[in-house]
Every structure is written in C-alpha cells, then in structure tokens.
Design a binder for this molecule. Structure first.
Ligand code: C2E
Ligand code: MG
Ligand code: MG
Ligand code: MG
Length: 285
C-alpha cells in the first residue's frame, strides 16, 4: 500500500512539475509581452526631507497592469523576471521611464530643479554587461543629470561576484550617479558594504522603523543614523507609518524619510499633485 501511494504521489508530483513548468513558460511569455506591450507602470513614492517636509526625491516602483489580473505587485513578478532575463528589458524600461518623468517634473516647476529619482536595481541587473553605458545612454536621452539619479541596491549583490559588482558600481559612480543601499540592516553582510562599496546613502529597512517604539529598536535606528553621519552618508528611513515614528526620527536627526504616513507609491499624475502642494504639511496618505 505504502509503495503504491508512493508511486501515485510520484506520478502526481511529476504531473504537477510539468504543469508548473508549463505555467512558468506561460508566465515568462506573458511577462515578456507585458514589457513590450505597455502593461508596465511606474508608481512613485515621495522621499521627504524630514526637517522641512519637502519632497526631495521619488522612488520608482514598478507594477504590472495586467488586463485581467489587475495591478500586480513587483514581488509577484520581479523574481521570475530575474530568473528568465526579462529583468534586462524591464529594468531598462523602468529606468528610462523614471528618468524621463523626473526630468519632466524638473522642467515643469522651477522649484523642482533639484528633484531626484531613485530606481531599484537587482543583483542580476548589476551583472548585465554594459550597464553603466546603458545608464549613460538613458541619461543623455532623457536629459536628466546623473546626480539626480540614485540607484538602490541590496545585499544580494554581495552574493555573486562582489568584485565585479564593485567595478560596475564604480563605473556608475564615475558617471555621477548616486548609490544607495536598500533595506540596510537585514543582509547578513551589511557592514561589508560600508567599507567595500562606493555608496552615498543608507536606507534603513522598515523592519527597524517598526521596532522603534521598543528600546532596542530605537537604539538600532539611533546607531545606524549615527553611523551614517560618521561615514558622511545620507540616511533614509523607509516604512514610516506613524507620527510617533516620524517624530522619533526627527529627534535622531535622520535626513530623509518615506512611508505610508507621508504617501503610498502613487501613479505619476497623483505624484504630480503631491509636488504641486509641497508645503501643505503632511503630504497625504
Ligand atoms: P523596496 O525597494 O524596499 O521598496 C519599498 C517597498 O515598501 C515598496 O513595495 C513600497 O510600496 C513599500 N512601502 C513603502 N512605504 C511603506 C510603509 O510605510 N509600510 C509598508 N508596509 N510598506 C511600505 P513594493 O512597491 O511592493 O516593492 C517591493 C520591492 O520590489 C521593492 O522593495 C524592490 O526591492 C522591488 N522592486 C520594485 N520595483 C522594482 C524595479 O523597478 N526593479 C527592481 N529590480 N526591483 C523593484
Ligand atoms: Mg528600494
Ligand atoms: Mg527598501
Ligand atoms: Mg524593502
């Protein structure tokens, strides 16, 4: 009996493996078509100066506007995009669109001349040959100056070939582009970044911001803010959801912040209206 059920299970498993493989191929084809046929959207989340509450930067966050599934969040398709190489054309599209949009906002309002854009870069993208050249090309096409572009990387770039990653980051830096470490504090080798990577900004992971109401959490955020300052890095807190967190971060003199309290990521048109009223206090949730 046990043998039989094992065999059945095996057959079933094989069947579902095939089904899964087919599903993956279908998903991959769908994803490729989506990038080519204008189904991707860039949402923008404001990053404010915590002292003045002015918007200094937007983080570009991709979504897939699927005709029947609706708005698909990035964590549902970025991993597949990375595994299949679709991240190449997808990342390229996001960066071009985000740079174009940022430049358009700069031009539309003289007060926004210094507005910057932050774009996420996965480890796989950093390994693609000619990345710096591609970024330079996008900047010249869109007219955005390099110092208004920040690329966010995570600890996963350390896992492949860190020396190659460092060389690519140095090429990007020499264009004048800024580098931020995203989700800082969650990686197993976070501290290695500080000495090895040419970085400008630390983004404190929202895990620690959520824990700030507890003494240990507060101490960790305090330490990261101080560390950033000693290393002359800018520091951003992500995932600010409460007034309490906001005032604690202001007390710690953290430079920048983003989170649902300020605004969720929104489509370009909504981001524009956030920009139009930059000093109306808390920007809107
Ligand atoms: P991330 O770069 O760390 O982006 C921050 C994520 O936290 C976003 O999720 C954002 O919507 C969410 N968030 C912002 N404020 C709050 C808050 O106050 N509370 C909570 N709970 N969450 C908040 P999203 O847009 O779903 O993106 C998830 C991840 O997908 C990003 O994490 C990033 O790693 C990746 N991603 C997004 N767009 C791109 C892209 O264009 N390229 C690549 N390679 N990765 C991307
Ligand atoms: Mg990010
Ligand atoms: Mg992050
Ligand atoms: Mg994150």
């Amino acid at each position: 009996h046990a043998k039989n059920s094992g065999k059945d299970t095996h057959a079933l498993f094989e069947h579902s493996m095939n089904a899964q493989a087919t599903e993956r191929l279908e998903m991959e084809a769908m994803l490729r078509r989506a990038v080519a046929s204008d189904q991707m959207r860039v949402y923008y989340q404001p990053i404010i100066d915590l002292e003045t509450k002015q918007i200094r930067k937007f983080e570009a966050l991709v979504r897939w506007q699927h005709p029947t599934l609706g708005l698909v969040p990035p964590l549902k398709f970025i991993p597949l995009a990375e595994e299949t190489g679709v991240i190449g054309p997808l990342g390229d599209w996001v960066m071009r669109e985000a740079c174009r949009q940022c430049r358009a906002w700069q031009i539309a309002s003289p007060e926004q001349e210094e507005l910057s854009i932050a774009v996420n870069l996965s480890a796989r993208q950093l390994q693609l040959p000619g990345l710096a050249h591609q970024v330079a090309q996008i900047l010249s096409e869109t007219g955005l100056s390099a110092n208004h572009l920040e690329l966010e990387i995570t600890e996963s770039v350390m896992m492949g070939d860190p020396d190659a990653a460092i060389r690519t980051l140095q090429e990007l830096k020499s264009l004048g582009v800024h580098i931020a470490v995203d989700d800082f504090g969650t990686g197993y080798s976070s501290m290695q970044y500080l000495s090895r990577f040419p970085i400008d900004t630390l983004k404190i992971d929202r895990y620690f911001i959520q824990k700030m109401v507890e003494p240990e959490g507060f101490a960790i955020v305090h330490a990261i803010v101080d560390l950033s300052k000693s290393l002359h890095l800018r520091v951003v807190s992500e995932g600010i959801e409460t007034e309490e967190q906001l005032s604690m971060l202001q007390l710690l003199d953290c430079n920048f912040g983003q989170g649902y309290l300020i605004s969720a990521p929104v489509p370009a048109a909504n981001a524009e209206s956030l920009l139009a009223f930059p000093s109306s206090g808390a920007v809107a949730a």
